[in-house]
Every structure is written in C-alpha cells, then in structure tokens.
Design a protein around this ligand. Structure first.
Ligand code: 5GP
Length: 185
C-alpha cells in the first residue's frame, strides 16, 4: 500500500518561507488591501486562480475586513518544472464582473504569461477595476510586462512547492514554502 507523503516524516526540499512568515506577511497585505478598497461600491471580488492560490485566498480572505465575494477561474499553463509558454482557459468565471472591482489572487508570477493572458481575458468582462495580488514573485524570470499590485514575497529563480504550490499535483498541502531540488543538488 502506498503511504501518502507526510510533511512530518518525509520532509522534502528545504524551507524557503515558513508558515509564521507567510501568516504575518498576509496580515500586512490584508491591511494594504483593506485601505485601498475602503470605499467600495459593491463587495470586492477575490478571483482565485485555481488551484495554486487557494490556501493564500483562504488566509487572505479571512484577514480582510472589506466585504468580499469569492470567485474562481482555472487555467493550464505549466507542466512539471518547465513553463509551456502557452495558456489555456479551463474554467471561466461564472458570475458577471461588469462594473465590479476584481482582485485576482495568484500563487506565483513567474514569466508573467499566465497573468498577462488572464488580465486580457478579465478585461473583456468589463470590470470597474482589476488588480493582482500574488503571494510569490519571480521577477528575474519575467518575459511579459505585468503589474503585480500586491506581492507577498520576491523569491529567487528556484522551483518552489507547498502552501498551494504543487509538483505534478502533490505537495500543495505543505504548510511552508519549500525549494524543490529536482536536479539533486
Ligand atoms: P507564468 O505564466 O507566470 O510563467 O507561471 C505561472 C504559473 O506557473 C503559476 O501559477 C504556477 O502554477 C506555475 N509556477 C511558476 N513557478 C512555479 C514554481 O516555482 N513552483 C510551482 N509549483 N509552480 C510554479
């Protein structure tokens, strides 16, 4: 019988950002976002990009005091540790975004390809405003010019897992963000 990997018995990679740092940074970001959206006309739509952003979404949403609605969108853009460079819409939004304030919630902005695609796509829904909050940012890998309005952490060009981020579908449940060394170093 296969035993699922446990963070306690099978630590993988090395911790880059631990759960305490994540939690205090999210509290800071929530303060900035609350202040920026203090005079909303209708609840802020937190648009989570599935699946990687759901843990960030859950913690950020609970730290915010402004009224929010939760919405989800799904794209496919990455295989293994290599970007495919192309983005496919897997699940569109299921609520009208016209004249609404939308805050896209991402796990990580790497080349910027995914978020450039999503920004363009969401704009076609004619929202009142669109901004982006990303837990992680790999600025050195950028290929597309994108604005990340709220950044949790700038990180180096390493493949990370945990706190929502996967490697081939697993490790999303690890509570810390870890560097996965795929080259065995
Ligand atoms: P981009 O389109 O900006 O190149 O990549 C965005 C997507 O690639 C992210 O939403 C994430 O799914 C994936 N990605 C980029 N870097 C990493 C990483 O270091 N770890 C993991 N698990 N996924 C990553």
């Amino acid at each position: 019988m296969n035993t699922p990997a446990s963070p306690e018995t099978t630590p993988i990679g090395t911790v880059l950002i631990d759960r305490t740092e994540i939690s205090s940074r999210i509290a800071e970001l929530a303060g900035e976002i609350d202040a920026a959206y203090a005079s909303l006309e209708s609840p802020l739509i937190l648009l989570s990009v599935l699946k990687g952003s759901i843990l960030f979404l859950a913690d950020l949403a609970r730290s915010l005091t402004v009224p929010v609605e939760l919405e989800f969108i799904a794209v496919r853009s990455y295989e293994g540790t290599q970007s495919t460079g192309s983005v496919e819409l897997v699940k569109d939004v299921s609520m009208p975004l016209r004249d609404r304030d939308v805050l896209m919630i991402e796990d990580i902005v790497d080349t910027g390809t995914t978020i450039a695609f999503l920004h363009e796509h969401i704009r076609r829904h004619a929202p009142r405003s669109v901004r982006l909050a990303s837990l992680l940012n790999k600025e050195s890998r950028r290929e597309k010019s994108v604005t990340v309005d709220y950044v949790g952490f700038d990180i180096p060009d390493r493949f990370v897992i945990g706190y929502g981020l996967d490697y081939d579908g697993i490790y999303r449940n690890l509570p810390d963000i870890r560097v996965l060394d795929t080259d065995g170093d």
